[in-house]
Design a protein. Sequence first.
Length: 485
Amino acid sequence: MSQSRSHLVLVPGFAGFDILGSVVYYCGVTEVLRKTDTGPYLGPLSVHCFPNLPTASVDTRAQGLLRWLADRFRQGVFHENAGRGQRDSLHLVGHSTGGRDIKTLMLLLLSASERHERVYGVSAESILESICSIQFLSTPHRGTNLAHYFRRRRPLVTGAASLLHLWLRAARPRDASAVARHARTLLRTLGYSDGIFRAALDTLGRFHATECDGLSRAEARGEYYNVLRWLLHVAEDADVFGDLDPLSSAGQGQLAAGQPASGVGASPRDLVGCIESARQAGRASQLGAEAEIEEDLSRYYKRRGVALRSIVTRAKLDPGGASLGAFGIFYGITANITNPEVVTALGPPCAVPRLDDPTRLEPLAPAMNDGIVNCVSMVYPDASQSFLVDADHADVMGHYRFISPEDGDGTDPNYGGYDLLQSRSSFDQSQFDLLWTSIGSFAMKSDKCAGAAQRRPAASPEATAGAQAVSHFRAEPPESEGGAE
């Protein structure tokens, strides 16, 4: 009889990817999880990263996540039945927009399950039954003022991506790498250091292999085409800005087909009718942000035994920091809420417990943010199940300091980490370990398959001593972009 497994599925947020150039989205996470106690049954834990779309609508991203999960059930990576009623357990962790993707995924699964439908060849109920916990990390449940600002300037983002895509196609990989080397030298001479620029230049530098062997050249070609594809996605589809605008995320008074959000019952069938009408109109992501639907879904998850919680991140503007750096610019835009309707849509002021000391409550106001998302928008399903961490939006991904490849997460020695926002927050290695140990422990404690009736305990502690309890599965390498030169 085979043993069931627990799977931690990491869903990237805005600009989503697993690996892009020299950047690993969730950097160092697997190493921390390998130190986490996997429970009394010593059940193995697998870590998977979903290779998300960068700026597509939440509905599109959620559909992609649904198909990705179904594919793994069909392939036997996730087991619907591991023997005698055993079932693998799924634990979903969504950072930033990835949390919104998970919420929309659950809406789609709930609707299909109540209709006894199969999704991409797999029973929706089977997938839904396997999901044991959901954790949201810096998720804009009710949007963010930054998206409200950029929604009106979306052509600037897509235009910049288009121009860079055209330049990379016109330039040879060798030329792009040479430009990156010269730019790094110039910035070093000027004493300028920015995490985002460093990551971008390091990525460009990987397009040309210095070694002459065939494998190195093939890998460099793959990096080049992967970045081209990512830029093309951003240039062609940036609908996520509309989904994350507080006025469209939480300010919709009416749903598709004219059905009001208020007064929806908590029964699954009442929810399904509302979900289905929104899904057909391509607005399931907005439905997932409606307060009344949120409350009904929270009660529904509780009845099914799905554990929920949110991690709220907060960073402060450093008076001695660079005012024109990425963090300073984004923080100022996110905090500068001039529209009173946006203030209301983001959520009311509240107080949440700290992750490192749950007895200590920290007040949150709409203007507070982590450089990308307003803090009050991250509170879900309520303040008692939300926990504060002092960190900027990228710190919790593992990008709180520069990490050379040899000090990386152990998954691939070619990748390191970057302090992408450089907020000068107090977040460090010990707090990163605390955060992800907590995430791993929360998942395992909520594991519905950890009971003796469903999971076989290890034969003896000696049998698993020294064994690799945590496995990491990277996303499959993408196919090259056709027609690129």
